[in-house]
Design a protein around this ligand. Structure first.
Ligand code: HGY
Ligand code: MN
Ligand code: MN
Length: 429
């Protein structure tokens, strides 16, 4: 007979489990495309080792596992037997997840921590079955590094992965569908990746990646909303030429045009509180010291919690690029890659998180996320919430990114209280 599903065992979360969570994240960080740092992009070979490691932990915790057609690792912890009275209605599922890919030269916790915490929470149930199922999801790609567009994995789970995204090509000319096939999966299985309701909700544990919680000395933060994102590719095309013989008055220097624009990007963002704008990647052709750059490709990332402010800034930056281009006789192409609106977290789920954090003995801190997360993609589908863990030094997207074991223990305890609370709170329609 299944153990009483209404009460999660209230054993304290041993710091030993928190230590294993941190150790696991650090071990997974060694699965990388680069020997000296952590770089793991969409369905690259090291992702197989990540899947193998997490699959064995999921299995030990009593979960059934699979890798779906978009390369997401899925682990399901079945609910208590609903019994004859309820057997006609499918049991709701709580999804707990985050992403398993990384940025180049990443830290060990961005994304993967949320997946490992999900598995650890299931282990901490010690076989107790709840009135709902839990599905832990390791999304295959959130950062958008390989194909320039983020959220491939969570879009497949949300059922919003469109065909033209499958045709996006990486630097080697391989498309998303081809990368899926090369990994041994079948793109035709992507529709089956879509999460099946009814849903209790989606919960994502994630490092804050910023300085707020560390500045306040608070271990956990409840996310109220996630800032919107604009991403674009901006290409400046001038004319290559001899660096020694071409007078300055005769040049159409693509990199000089881009450099003038990049200074404006920074100045524009400095004018408005909460606005951030970044040119994270620049590539120059032909790229020789003695050749005037003929072509320069720059990426743009603009964020703000208010969509109108973000879009207005992006529009001004597009105008500035074209004005510089016409003044310098340099062609400018602007290709939008992402227009992701800001997303509010679900009020009822925030309330559940708030009660759980208080029951875990942690002060409640609520904040807006400047970083994007898979929760943005899941929120339109089901009640979605995020719990942040403090980022020491506010550092992320960097090898020195860290998390404190005691904060992980606090997150696990709060997470168990969430599971307990959700067993009595009906959030789904
Ligand atoms: O870019 C971001 O905000 C996230 O880390 N993918
Ligand atoms: Mn990231
Ligand atoms: Mn992340």
């Amino acid at each position: 007979m299944a153990k009483d599903p209404r009460r999660v065992r209230r054993e304290p979360v041993h710091s030993e489990l928190a230590a294993r969570v941190v150790d696991c994240c650090r071990a997974l960080a060694r699965f990388s495309e680069e020997p000296e740092s952590t770089t793991r992009t969409f369905l690259s070979e090291p992702m197989r080792d990540v899947h193998a490691t997490l699959t064995s932990w999921m299995t030990r915790a009593g979960m059934s596992t699979r890798v779906d057609g978009a390369g997401n690792l899925r682990g399901v912890y079945a609910a208590a037997d609903p019994g004859p009275a309820e057997s006609t209605r499918s049991v709701p599922t709580l999804l707990i997840g985050s992403h398993l890919d990384t940025v180049p030269r990443a830290g060990a916790f961005d994304g993967v921590l949320g997946v490992v915490i999900g598995i650890a929470l299931v282990e901490a149930l010690h076989g107790a079955r709840l009135t709902y199922a839990i599905e832990v999801v390791g999304f295959s790609e959130e950062e958008g590094v390989r194909f320039g567009v983020p959220f491939i994995g969570s879009r497949a789970v949300a059922g919003t992965l469109d065909d033209d995204l499958l045709e996006r090509r990486d630097a080697h000319g391989r498309c998303v569908a081809g990368a899926i096939s090369a990994f041994g999966l079948n793109p035709a299985d992507i529709p089956a990746a879509r999460a099946q309701g009814p849903f209790l909700g989606y919960l994502e544990f994630h490092i804050e990646q910023g300085p707020v919680l560390d500045g306040l000395g608070v271990p956990l933060g409840i996310v109220e909303a996630i800032a919107g994102q604009t991403r674009a590719d901006v290409v400046f095309t001038g004319g290559a030429g001899h660096a020694g013989t071409t007078p300055m008055s005769h040049r159409r220097d693509a990199l000089a045009a881009a450099a003038e624009w990049i200074a404006i990007v920074e100045h524009e963002a400095q004018q408005r509180p909460g606005l951030v704008a970044t040119v994270g990647h620049v590539s120059v052709e032909p790229g020789a010291a003695n050749v005037i750059p003929g072509r320069c490709w720059a990426t743009l990332d603009v964020r703000h919690a208010d969509d109108e402010a973000r879009k207005a800034a992006a529009t001004r930056l597009a105008g500035a690029a074209h004005e510089i281009g016409s003044r310098r006789a340099v062609d400018v192409t602007w290709t939008s890659r992402l227009d992701q609106p800001a997303v509010a977290m679900h009020a009822a789920q925030i309330a559940v998180l708030q009660r759980a954090v208080l029951r875990a003995g942690v002060p409640v801190c609520r904040l807006v996320s400047g970083a994007g997360h898979d929760a943005m993609i899941m929120a339109p589908l089901m009640p979605t919430a995020m719990l942040f863990l403090r980022s020491p030094g506010g550092l992320s997207h960097h090898p020195d990114e860290a998390v404190r074991e005691d904060d992980v223990a606090a997150a696990l305890l709060a997470g168990l209280h969430v599971l307990d609370e959700l067993g009595t709170v009906r959030l789904w329609s």
